[in-house]
Design a protein around this ligand. Sequence first.
Ligand code: GLA
Length: 388
Amino acid sequence: MEQKLLEKFKELFGDEGAISVYFAPGRVNLIGEHTDYNGGHVFPCALTIGTFMAVRKRADRKLNFYSMNFEQLGVIEDSLDNLVPKENGEWTNYPKGVIWAFEGRGMKLDAGLDIALYGNIPNGSGLSSSASLEVVTGYMLKDQFGFDVTNQDIALIGQYSENNFNGCNCGIMDQFASAMGKQDNAIFLDCNTLEYDYAPIVLEGAKIVVTNSLVKHSLVTSAYNDRRNESAQALADLQTVVGINTLGDLTEEEFDRFASAIKDETNRRRAKHAVYENQRTIKAVQALKENDLETFGKLMNASHVSLRDDYETSCEECDILAEEAWKIPGVIGSRITGGGFGGCTVSIVKDEAVEEFQKKLSAVYQEKVGKTPEFYVVSIGNGPSKLI
Ligand code: GLA
């Protein structure tokens, strides 16, 4: 893949000078959804698919961007002297936002860049193509300009730029999973303290299967930001009766005791999800440690129900995928993954059932939605790297 990108880069920008190619992965979240910005735990893992970036420093302050995924946009020209979101700048506003965030921390670029990109994460699938783009940009800047940042810093800078440059109030999960990924491990991250542990994912006799609903809803960013606001409102109500800093500070019992302080019924359901999902995530990781896949799967299913009914970030199509999956023998657990309102489900499926799972789900999805979903049997990969 990197060779193809390198060829394209040379064709567009010439082959002289030092051209480097970097990679950062997307992620799939196994459990712990919409808990990151609520002070809870998440349990994502980096994938082996992600974003590839070819780059070379320029002699001037120009920024040239090209993506093999959006060839129709051609080369988008910009400049280090214009670090504001560009109208119709499309995907280029992500790397630009990261450059802006580095500069805001005093890490100034003394040269412009030619950048060519290729991503093999299906667009809008909820597998963090944007976080992988932010992380690959941060990693590239560190390497090209010698900036003194850790991979964790790169994750935080990515989140900061997405919040403040791109206007999506996302939590830290996606950037963290991409920047800190470790092969064959999921990351058990406490989003309150950023303490984390790697948990080896050795699924004896089972595979992680991601199913793409191929649904992309509009207004996802505004609906996502609404959930954040509703959760914040619920927290403020709770803080009138109990001394907590985040929803992640509560157990289920404590939540049930204090829930009546949350005035709005919708906000109460949002908070219930955040509290219960956090506890489910802690329990799921414990179950995995004990090799109790069955409990892990049940918690995944409960996570889906809660996202469907209480947090309301699922959608009809993903409900069909999860609910139909539950009926298939050999499916250990299945739930919508990522920000929601479309995108993918993640399922744990016994080896011998993977084929049947795809066949049955395809048939029922075709019948009910009129589309054939895409399946990816995923491998867990590492964080960012320099390939060339
Ligand atoms: C998106 C956000 C993450 C997280 C998830 C939901 O992927 O970028 O920060 O909130 O949604 O768990």
